[in-house]
Design a protein around this ligand. Structure first.
Ligand code: ADP
Ligand code: MG
Length: 311
């Protein structure tokens, strides 16, 4: 039987029980209602994924559901916010029950993991376009912003660099002997929520690496009116990414490829002792504007341009 817009929402997206204590009213009315605790600010972010731009036509729907939510939660993580709920706007070319089943499972499984409620959205017909708005809570005036890095702060990042970029290359035909980690990082990234929360009162600035380290760190540098030098030898590269570089000579890939969804953050030297976690120090904030890379003893300027949709 053909699904109507209403029954589609009921069947795949309406949760019976809300898990988050902030949710007062979820899917089904004209608006959702949230109750926010005193002493917190609401962090709001939205990200869209368009077929053919952000993902390949025919991409696995369960992985798409996961990634769509993960990229939005990653923005909350980078501000030190705890996610509470999300809305989902779906534009679908057709109502494909199998696709919706897998997509909603991938989406809701990750939502459940982070105690996030799906509280509303919109469903329309058109070219496949997926939009999430994510809401989170952050203690008043404690959010990790981009504009407060200081000269002398050390630059750290979570995880490794370039695996998602390698995953994209593998999808485009690059032959990699051990593709599993790279494909997993590209298809189903993990938002660094716990790290973001732990960095409150510790990090001086933070971004998530969605458009490539050079571009995203560049946002911190621009908004903080500082520069930085990264150390090539310190960059956390997986064996597969190292092999890719050895084979192709493309050492800029891990610095410029997007989709890593790791956090890059700065910490003043007197707060290093408060940093507890498995992070890599990759460079230092300097007064000279711009981003530089020290490689084989030579310091060179690094372009901090990420992917731009209209260029
Ligand atoms: P309205 O016409 O008042 O905007 P809709 O008919 O679009 O309401 O949606 C009905 C209810 O279902 C609303 O509560 C809306 O938030 C929710 N909803 C619609 N689409 C989605 C979706 N893709 N995911 C989650 N909730 C949705
Ligand atoms: Mg509507």
């Amino acid at each position: 039987m053909a699904l109507t817009e209403f029954s589609l929402i009921q069947q795949y997206f309406a949760q019976q029980n809300h898990k988050n204590t902030s949710t007062c009213l979820g899917i089904g009315d004209d608006c959702a209602l949230l109750s926010l605790p005193a002493g917190y600010q609401l962090a709001i972010t939205t990200d869209t994924m368009v077929e053919g731009v952000h993902f390949f036509a025919g991409a696995d729907p369960a992985q798409l559901g996961h990634k769509l939510l993960a990229v939005n939660l990653s923005d909350l993580a980078s501000m030190g916010a705890r996610p509470v709920s999300v809305t989902l706007a779906l534009t679908l070319p057709t109502v494909d029950a199998k696709w919706l089943e897998a997509f909603s499972k991938g989406f809701l499984k990750l939502a459940e993991h982070y105690n996030v409620d799906l509280i509303g959205g919109d469903t329309t017909a058109g070219p496949l376009t997926l939009t999430v708005q994510a809401l989170g809570l952050v203690p008043e005036h404690k959010a990790l912003v981009r504009s407060t890095a200081k000269v002398g702060d050390l630059i750290y990042m979570t995880g490794a660099l370039g695996d998602a970029g390698l995953g994209l290359k593998i999808n485009l035909g690059y032959k990699c002997p051990q593709p599993d980690v790279a494909l997993q990082r590209f298809n189903t990234p993990d938002p660094q929520i716990a790290v973001g929360l732990s960095l409150i009162d510790v990090a001086s600035a933070c971004v998530d690496i969605s458009d490539g380290l050079a571009a995203d760190l560049g946002h911190i540098l621009g908004q903080s009116h500082v520069g930085a030098c990264l150390d090539w030898e310190c960059l956390p590269l997986s064996q597969a990414v190292q092999n890719y570089i050895d084979e192709t000579g493309d050492c800029l890939m891990p610095l410029t490829a997007g989709d890593d969804y790791e956090l890059c953050f700065t910490v003043s030297p007197d707060k290093i002792a408060q940093l507890h976690g498995n992070y890599t120090q990759i460079g230092i904030i300097e007064s000279t504007p711009g981003l530089r890379l020290r490689k084989d003893g030579v310091v060179q300027a690094l372009m901090s341009k990420g992917y731009e949709h209209f260029s």
